[in-house]
Design a protein around this ligand. Structure first.
Ligand code: ABT
Ligand code: MG
Length: 155
């Protein structure tokens, strides 16, 4: 029976301005690919203040909120949508803990960061957040929905 790709779990992942500036896009994308996850959309985008406010709405009023918005809008962000089995939690495992100092080695934040306010990468924290964030950052036509697989192009 054919796999229905439309119903597979998706998550929103974004390499933050510090990660882009430090040329970590290739390294990070490679880790997601090697894990077996599937990239269904990506773009380099410098988020507007409005987009950043919507994205981080849950943190409004917290002491780090304004600084967080300044940081996330300070340069290009590499936004991605990944698909796969339990991709939300799988991605959070690849990413590691919020504070890079406390994040284990072999996680992205554990390997590449030292500052909680510059933690390199974002990943949705639940299936509900993922659905909200994907809608916020991407339009439908920017995401691959076709179930055509590479095998069909091989004779
Ligand atoms: P995000 O993927 O950015 O959402 O991080 P994560 O979900 O792991 O952690 P949360 B709690 O959502 O943090 C959001 C951003 O706020 C920064 N932060 C967080 C601080 O600077 N100080 C704090 O005390 C806390 C709790 C870390 C996250 N982003 N960055 N960069
Ligand atoms: Mg978060």
């Amino acid at each position: 029976c054919e796999k229905d790709l439309d119903t597979e779990e998706r998550t929103f992942v974004a390499i933050k301005p510090d990660g882009v500036q430090r040329k970590l896009i290739g390294e990070i994308v490679a880790r997601f690919e090697k894990k077996g996850l599937k990239l269904v959309g990506c773009k380099l985008i410098q988020p507007s203040r409005k987009l950043a406010e919507k994205h981080y709405a849950e943190h409004k009023g917290k002491p780090f909120y304004e600084g967080l918005l300044d940081f996330i809008t300070s340069g290009p962000v590499f936004a991605m949508v990944w698909e796969g089995k339990e991709v939300v939690s799988t991605s959070r495992s690849l990413i590691g803990l919020t504070d890079p100092k406390k994040s284990p080695m072999n996680t992205i934040r554990g390997d590449f960061g030292i500052d909680v306010g510059r933690n390199t990468i974002h990943g949705s924290d639940s299936v509900e957040s993922a659905q909200r964030e994907i809608k916020l950052w991407f339009s439908k036509n920017e995401l691959i929905t076709s179930s055509i697989t590479i095998e069909k192009w091989i004779n």
